[in-house]
Ligand binder design. Structure first.
Ligand SMILES: Nc1ncnc2c1ncn2[C@@H]1O[C@H](COP(=O)(O)OP(=O)(O)OP(=O)(O)O)[C@@H](O)[C@H]1O
Ligand SMILES: C[C@@](O)(CCOP(=O)(O)OP(=O)(O)O)CC(=O)O
Length: 385
């Protein structure tokens, strides 16, 4: 009799936003980076991918449905993830003769992102982390998150960091086969749970230069980038790990903003230049500087990925000065309705001399996402297929 049982596993996986940015590959096939990077995992209560992986003998081909639309699974990145996971499952089956031969069955994967895809909100990171975690659970692999990070990295570099919660580093490694290019936890979310972030969504449109293409143009043409990878990032990685261990927000903030600016300077130094930040982004920078000046202390830090959206980190104790300022400016935008956003109290007095920046933010920001540091992938019995 043919076994027609359907096997399934589902997971939620988080987005991560880097504070020391990954930009540049030394191997484009394996997604091996030219520098290490470090990120904060954001709470899945606010942003998350939900993925179900299933297999049975009745499934005829590998498939991936994302937000209701069929995706191409023949791409090298998805194929690399599926191949590696099947190989690990085969090891399980070879060791245990009674384990069902799932490695021989086709996979049906269904996924949903509760936020805009390909808009610089790290959807590929959460997406590939969820895909790898869900299949690893389906296959009951004994692999650790660090081992799985090696696989998720091949889907999208930044995805390797979304297999952990809290504060996560991706060490670049130096081996040609990428076996030492892995993510590890610097500290769990519980080490510094007061970390918050407010995301100012300046565009939910698909961006024109993808991270994948943009970073290789930078590698090929920017002299500044070479300096960044060799001389700037190594010291910053150490300093950032120390800032996190010491819960030193001023150091964390200074490293975060400087690294974001250094990364965008490398984009501008690319030939032809790449501009991810726009007038709205620069207004967010000015506003953060003004908030810090008014507080007489470093209470917030901005960072921008490959897009115009600002991610502003701050500590819970400074919620009013930071998120409260953005609420006073952008209170009518969507995103404040939830429990977290609702608890933010708008300031009565805005920083002085910021009228132009306020106007730019008001016209350029479409949506707010109030969030904070969160945990790593969570298994769920809520299946999407
Ligand atoms: N849930 C998902 N499951 C599988 N793949 C996904 C998922 N979500 C996104 N992806 C993949 O990631 C691609 C988007 O990646 P891209 O790097 O262009 O944007 P982004 O990740 O939103 O932005 P950025 O990486 O710059 O922050 C999608 O086209 C899709 O191939
Ligand atoms: C600016 C970044 O967000 C770039 C992310 O790049 P991706 O991980 O999306 O690139 P690929 O490896 O080509 O899929 C910085 C970061 O997340 O560290």
């Amino acid at each position: 009799m043919v076994d027609e049982e359907t096997y399934k596993a589902s997971t939620y996986a988080p987005v991560n936003i880097a504070v020391i940015k990954y930009w540049g590959k030394r191997d484009t096939k394996l997604n091996l980076p030219t520098n290490s990077s470090l990120s904060v995992t954001l709470s899945q209560d606010d942003l998350r991918t939900h993925t179900t992986a299933s297999c049975s003998s009745t499934v005829e081909k590998d498939s991936l449905t994302l937000n209701g639309k069929d995706q191409d699974v023949s791409g090298a990145r998805t194929q690399a993830c599926l191949r590696e996971l099947r190989r690990l499952r085969k090891d399980v089956e070879e060791k245990d003769g009674s384990a069902p031969k799932l490695s021989e069955l086709k996979l049906k994967i269904v996924s949903e992102n509760n936020f805009p895809t390909a808009a610089g909100l790290a959807s590929s990171a959460a997406g590939f982390a969820a895909l790898v975690r869900a299949i690893a659970d389906l296959y009951q692999l004994p692999a650790t998150p660090t081992e799985l990070s090696r696989i998720a990295r091949q889907g999208s570099g930044s995805a390797c960091r979304s297999l952990f919660g809290g504060y996560v580093a991706w060490q670049q490694g130096d081996k040609e086969d990428g076996s030492d290019s892995l993510a590890y936890e610097v500290a769990p979310a519980s080490h510094w749970p007061e970390m918050r972030a407010v995301i100012l969504v300046a565009s939910a449109e698909k961006k024109d230069v993808s991270s994948t293409a943009g970073m290789q143009q930078t590698v090929a043409t920017s002299a500044l980038f070479k300096h960044r990878a060799e001389n700037v990032v190594p010291g910053r990685m150490k300093a950032m790990e120390a800032a996190i261990h010491d819960r030193d927000f001023a150091a964390f903030a200074q490293l975060t903003t400087r690294d974001s600016n250094n990364f965008h300077a490398c984009c501008a130094d690319t030939d032809p230049p790449i501009f991810y930040m726009n007038d709205t982004s620069r207004a967010a920078v000015r506003m953060c500087e003004a908030i810090n000046a008014a507080a007489g202390n470093v209470v917030c830090a901005y960072t921008f990925d490959a897009g115009p959206n600002a991610v502003v980190y701050y500590l819970a104790e400074h919620e009013k000065e930071v998120a409260g300022t953005f609420k006073a400016l952008l209170g009518e935008k969507t995103g404040w309705e939830g429990k977290r956003g609702g608890a933010v109290e708008a300031v009565k007095k805005l920083p002085e001399g910021m009228e132009v920046a306020a106007e730019l933010l008001s016209s350029g920001v479409s949506r707010i996402i109030p969030t904070g540091v969160g945990d790593g992938p969570r298994k769920t019995e809520e299946h999407l297929c």
